[in-house]
Design a protein around this ligand. Structure first.
Ligand SMILES: *Cc1c(COP(=O)(O)O)cnc(C)c1O
Length: 399
């Protein structure tokens, strides 16, 4: 097998690793898909923002740049990582809050339809919000049972959608298995049934190329603190296809999403355009680090980022097969790289204890029930040598 050092020498994106805080240390970070590392430029950028923009411009900053930042940054994200034309993406609230707003907007746009389709292995917040909206609006949840080492297939979706379906909610990359859903195919199946689809891009935005416009997606929501390195709690984004923007109305009718915020009029009318999906004052400080990571992804190119991501997960699968399968570890992610996002889950009955030991030894993966060690490989900040070191540590930690 090629040595990890050779793979790092041959990696055209290897130099990007030096731009991340702490990447030169010995800690093995397998959780960049949960909280990406900061870039070294982000610290100075934040300090400069406080001194020059916040401190220097004060409230004038809103007119000069901040009021439009949710949309301008949304357009940058759309161009660099989402395959979407301008005017359809905005940075807003947390993912959870945006999921609520957009699921609610979607079911309201399909009156008379009574079901929301969601899979049993979708991320908890997606399932909880869908259940809450079903309760609130008198709708029924229609569950898709999925293999937890894979995800929603076209056949499974085709079986459950029909004339009663208002909305389908699926993750592009499954948070547990890394299953990469066939977005255009599943979207077509939902559309043939007359339903809207909301795609959760939390585990794909910034690592897997997305073509929202070409795939005819209706609505998408995603995180910015995972592969977009926005920092803990950085605000999420929402995409709404241009054909739907002025048809959907969201339930949190705040002044920033209103037609003329500064008229402060007696009643709410939604803004025309994507700003209508905002509610209150945008979290500007949380948007600053996202800009730095987007610049890096733009520079590297999202297709090259994906190529590195595939090489990293392929390498992790190969090393796990060599080092860990003799100890009884099994792959709980799709074996084919084209069906997999940027992480790999490895199952063993002792993985909960193994994870605790690894954290003590400065190897930081995630644990996911049942028995899953989740290895997140953030393409621009992870090296092949790091993967090898981390998996050797897993071998040592196993009984
Ligand atoms: C991480 C993640 C979330 C997180 O939502 P927050 O509101 O940011 O806590 C939601 N959905 C999926 C699929 C995720 O992976």
């Amino acid at each position: 097998m090629t040595t990890p050092d050779q793979l790092d020498r041959d990696d055209p994106l290897a130099a990007y690793r030096d731009r991340f805080v702490g990447a030169d240390g010995t800690l093995v970070y397998f959780d960049g898909n949960s909280l990406g590392r900061p870039l070294t430029v982000t610290g100075p950028r934040l300090a400069e923002f406080v001194d020059a923009e916040w401190g220097g411009r004060l409230i004038r900053g809103w007119d000069e740049r901040w009021f439009d930042l949710p949309r301008t940054l949304g357009d940058d994200l759309a161009r660099i990582a989402l395959g979407a034309a301008p005017g359809q993406t905005v940075i807003g609230d947390s993912t959870t809050v945006l999921l609520y707003k957009m699921m609610r907007a979607a079911v309201a746009a399909r009156p008379g339809r009574t079901e929301i389709v969601v899979d049993r292995d979708n991320f908890p917040t997606d399932r909880y919000i869908a259940a809450g909206i079903a309760e609130e609006c008198g709708l029924t949840l229609r569950w898709v049972d999925v293999d937890t080492t894979a995800g929603v297939t076209a056949e499974q979706l085709a079986e459950v959608v029909g004339p009663a379906t208002a909305l389908v909610v699926i993750s592009h990359v499954a948070y547990r298995s890394a299953w990469l859903a066939d977005v255009p195919e599943l979207t077509r199946i939902a559309h043939d049934a007359g339903a809207l689809v909301l795609w959760d891009l939390c585990h794909s935005a910034g690592s897997v190329p997305v073509s929202l416009d070409a795939w005819d997606v209706d609505i998408a929501v995603g995180c910015t603190y995972k592969y977009l390195n926005g920092g803990p709690g950085s605000p999420a984004f929402v995409y709404v296809a241009e054909r739907l923007v002025d048809e959907l109305t969201q339930p949190i009718r705040g002044w920033i999403g209103a037609d003329e915020p500064f008229l402060m009029g007696p009643a709410y009318a939604p803004a025309t355009g994507i700003r209508r999906f905002l509610s209150g004052t945008p979290p500007i400080i949380g948007m600053l680090a996202i800009q730095d990571m987007l610049e890096l992804i733009d520079d590297a190119g999202i297709e090259a980022v994906r190529a590195k991501s595939v090489a990293l997960t392929e390498y992790a699968v190969t090393v796990a097969d060599e080092l860990l399968s003799p100890a009884g570890v099994v792959l709980a992610s799709p074996p084919e790289p084209e069906r997999r996002g940027g992480h790999v889950t490895l199952n063993h009955p002792r993985m909960r204890e193994v994870t605790a030991l690894l954290w003590q030894r400065d190897v930081i993966p995630d644990y996911r029930d049942p028995h899953g060690l989740r290895i997140g490989l953030s393409p621009l900040s992870t090296s092949f040598a790091e993967v090898r070191r981390g998996l050797e540590a897993v071998r040592e930690a196993l009984p």
